[in-house]
Design a protein around this ligand. Structure first.
Ligand SMILES: Cc1cc2nc3c(=O)[nH]c(=O)nc-3n(C[C@H](O)[C@H](O)[C@H](O)COP(=O)(O)OP(=O)(O)OC[C@H]3O[C@@H](n4cnc5c(N)ncnc54)[C@H](O)[C@@H]3O)c2cc1C
Length: 426
């Protein structure tokens, strides 16, 4: 029997699966569709805005959570959150650069400087940089160097110079995507040609900012390019689908596979079986016939509204779509949800209450019905938790990792309470 089945292969699901496999568990990961990770920036946001810009995401957490009743971070101490995200950064030391207690600030395609705690090494701008060349590609329509450079001059303190580079990803290409560039720059010959063209195009700036296209499968494209042009280069994130997000998903999935996680991609979990207050199996949609996967424990990391684990129907009724779990507006709230008239305001830009809706959990990340865990062996993590508007706080990734680590550790603690944990299987 599999020890644990993880449903959902976004940041939370992959983190939980890796944590469990590191401790010797047999884990099956069932992933359908693309989550926030592949669409996202490939960085880890712990707390970026509260609502003012945050430089130390851990120092202000207690006060922030104190002012936001039912916030998912109220389930953890700041030290535990830091330990979880630092553990996560340690999974891919060549790719991920944690902030050493402070948020990094990285440029966006619009020329703002965005706070985030863990960046990819290709995004890191050395502290001694004072002037940057911002380079756009004529065939890539998603990035405008002049606009980015002009705004960055106001937001970053750097002297900025915009440049265009005429370099089609493929011969004759007129409208190349970030994905086609990234795939082609994985090829050493194409990368060498690109470096030569780039070196000729720029001036004497300290560093070079490029749209995030520096390799899909080879995380070292940026360092090879930096060596070839003789100065630091850094990636600037474009809109979804983000190459850094796809790169991080790939590297995490490879790490999960390396640890023996059975990763099943492409189909949805559409039902479940339960007995005696425990989930005994989940029904997985498959060609021909659906299949039941059985395990001792389950981690449900299906994301939120954006990934279909939460839904609102045309009558304004909000549901959790797989297990039919009771919903709440925050941690410690026993529900039910307010009516949809109270969940959505007419002011589009306001924080909509709807996005606070989700699951309330106990300390083991077990979803609650009032004060009681709904199932003894079902744990949840990530965007499905109630109580935070993750994208406006820039807190979603930190919540996903901290809750995934807590859910995995709760399963491991329960297991070791039952039997000695076979340490160091890896
Ligand atoms: C457009 C957008 C922008 C965001 N920007 C930010 C940001 O800048 N900063 C920030 O901190 N957070 C941001 N967030 C939130 C952030 O993405 C999430 O908080 C975090 O990544 C959640 O991770 P997760 O693993 O819980 O969910 P997800 O990344 O959503 O992954 C869940 C996965 O589970 C799969 N799944 C769902 N149900 C099933 C099922 N029944 N069977 C099998 N698979 C299933 C989904 O398809 C999905 O791939 C953003 C979210 C969105 C949608």
């Amino acid at each position: 029997m599999t020890d644990t089945i993880v449903i959902g292969g976004g940041l939370a699901g992959l983190a939980a699966a890796i944590r469990l496999a590191q401790a010797g568990q047999s884990v099956t990961l069932l992933q359908y569709g693309v989550g926030g990770l592949q669409l996202g920036q490939g960085t880890v946001d712990v707390l970026g805005y509260a609502p003012e810009l945050v430089s130390d995401p851990f120092a202000g957490l207690d006060a922030y959570v104190g002012g936001h009743k039912g916030h998912p971070y109220s389930l953890f101490s700041p030290d535990e959150i830091k330990a979880s995200v630092d553990w996560f950064a340690g999974l891919l030391p060549d790719l991920l650069v944690p902030g050493d207690g402070q948020n990094h600030r990285v440029p966006t395609a619009l020329g703002a400087m965005r706070p985030t705690y863990i960046v990819q090494s290709s995004m890191h701008v050395p502290a001694d940089v004072t002037s940057v060349a911002i380079v756009g590609l004529r065939q890539l329509k998603d990035f405008y160097p002049k606009m980015c450079a002009e705004n960055l001059a106001k937001t970053s303190g750097w002297a900025t110079s915009p440049y265009w580079l005429d370099f089609p990803a493929r011969a004759g290409g007129v409208d190349s995507t970030a994905t086609s560039y990234a795939t082609d720059l994985d090829d050493p010959d194409t990368l060498a040609r690109f470096a030569a063209a780039l070196k000729k195009a720029i001036g004497n700036e300290d560093a070079v900012g490029l749209p995030a296209i520096l390799g899909l499968r080879n995380p070292q494209v940026w360092s090879v390019l930096a060596e070839a042009v003789g100065k630091p280069v850094f990636e600037i994130h474009l809109g979804p689908p983000g190459i850094p997000g796809m790169r991080l998903t790939h590297e995490l999935t490879q790490e999960a596979l390396r640890l023996g996680v059975r990763v099943i991609l492409g189909s949805k979990v559409i039902g479940f079986e339960s007995e005696g207050g425990r989930i005994s199996g989940v029904l997985h949609q498959q060609a021909g016939r659906d299949k039941v996967y059985k395990a001792d424990n389950f981690v449900y990391a299906g994301g939120g509204f954006e990934s279909g684990s939460l839904a609102m129907d045309s009558y304004g009724v909000v549901t959790e779509t797989l297990f039919g779990l009771p919903l709440a507006m925050g941690q410690g709230d026993s529900g039910p949800l307010p009516s949809h008239e109270d969940l959505i305001t007419g002011d589009y830009w306001a924080d909509q209450g709807l996005f606070l809706a989700g699951l309330a959990v106990d300390s083991a990340m077990k979803p609650l019905d009032g004060k009681t865990a709904v199932y003894d062996n079902l744990h949840v993590a990530g965007g499905i938790l109630a109580g935070a508007i993750r994208w406006s706080e820039k807190s979603g990734d930190g919540i996903a990792i901290a809750s995934a680590v807590r859910a995995a550790d709760a399963i491991l603690d329960a297991q070791s309470a039952k039997q000695p944990r076979n340490e160091g299987k890896e």
